[in-house]
Design a protein around this ligand. Sequence first.
Ligand SMILES: Cc1cc2nc3c(=O)[nH]c(=O)nc-3n(C[C@H](O)[C@H](O)[C@H](O)COP(=O)(O)OP(=O)(O)OC[C@H]3O[C@@H](n4cnc5c(N)ncnc54)[C@H](O)[C@@H]3O)c2cc1C
Length: 237
Amino acid sequence: MNTDTLHRIKKKAAHLIENRLLKTGRVLEVRKWQPSTMIEIDLHLPQTAMEDWKEVPYIKCKVADLTYRDYTPTGWDAETHTCTLFIDAAHQGPGSKWAQQLNTGDSISYLGTNSTRQMPSPTSSVICLGDESSLGHLLAMQQLTMPQTRFTGAVLMGNEHDRGLFKEYLRSPLQPIARNDIYGHHSLTEWLLERSYSLHDTIFYIVGNNTMVVELRKLLRKQGFSRNQIQCQGFWS
Ligand SMILES: Cc1cc2nc3c(=O)[nH]c(=O)nc-3n(C[C@H](O)[C@H](O)[C@H](O)COP(=O)(O)OP(=O)(O)OC[C@H]3O[C@@H](n4cnc5c(N)ncnc54)[C@H](O)[C@@H]3O)c2cc1C
């Protein structure tokens, strides 16, 4: 059997399996932050039980033929089966392209949801740090932190107008900060060095691009925080 035939058979089998596993959701609303590239998507996911979401979840969305990307639902309401995704579409990629063409009323396909295993510590101060792609994750951490007074942190936003929108529309103690370097670790390092956190009573959650995550983790380790006090989740590199 030649390679082309084998490839065709494999693809057909993958489609058959995919069709059995895929679930369907509906787009309720799309909000494109103007003039930037952040896209907010409200979803109705009737086949998903959100009562179990005690840790930050992620959803595996079909973004193109046999192509999937993970996105983080936030602001979920278990009763109505609704949630919101925040997708950073500043770069070229199938996920970005998919998010850009979504409209109200569209159907979306997803393979399912899973847990990132990240959840806020039950008692310590929760300090969350991330880039634009982690916005949904950081807001999900905020949703899970009780009482909310223990929650704070900073999120990188390259676009000045986005920083304004963030403050105006999202009720969050997170501080939107300018990104002055590609991956944002220098900007977040400056922000961290202007503050002092208790070595005994603080847990950091660092989420987003891998360079930023690795560099901030190194800084916090140098400052004396233990491995258990720094929870990391790398999204892309
Ligand atoms: C558990 C989990 C949850 C995630 N949740 C979210 C989420 O809520 N929102 C979200 O936007 N992303 C999220 N991501 C990242 C997302 O799954 C994709 O990896 C990312 O969006 C890129 O997909 P793409 O197809 O657009 O680009 P790809 O084809 O994967 O990448 C194309 C190029 O763009 C670069 N790139 C990828 N992402 C970015 C970015 N954000 N900014 C600049 N350059 C980039 C890559 O390095 C690569 O060079 C999550 C990832 C994981 C693992």
